[in-house]
Write a new protein. Sequence first.
Length: 164
Amino acid sequence: MADHPEQVRVLVVHEPPCTRLLDDADEHVAFAREVYDTYRSEGVGPAMGKFLAAAGLDQGEAQPSVESTPEMDEAMARMQGNMDFFLGHMWMPLMDYVPDTSRLKSLPIVVAVGEASEGQLAHRAARALAEQLGQEPIVFPGDHGWGGEPDAFASRLDAVLGAY
């Protein structure tokens, strides 16, 4: 987007993991290293369990089951298959990434947060990014994903995109 802004009307970033923008960034990078080390020594499951619990994204009590579609099952299988690559090659660079906010200020970027994810790490990082960009984040239904509210999330996204 930065190199070819004419190709993008607007970019909506929903809770981007810009933890380096937080006051306690060094703690998050140290924790990211713990997750990475757990991945290397114990595998994907224990590493993701550690991360999800610390980020406030663990399921805790059993959630009501949602009837999955074949497309949802296929997407979940793809995501699970990508976790080795993600944790092995992308995790540490992502957790240590600092966006060039002075450059981003000139681009059509909208920062979004989930209404049900307040206090979670990605929500806090998104608010920090929005502040540095001089904007107020737009609140979307649901949590870090769409929290079981895909129709409401899509409707809000459509409204945001339509404003540009």
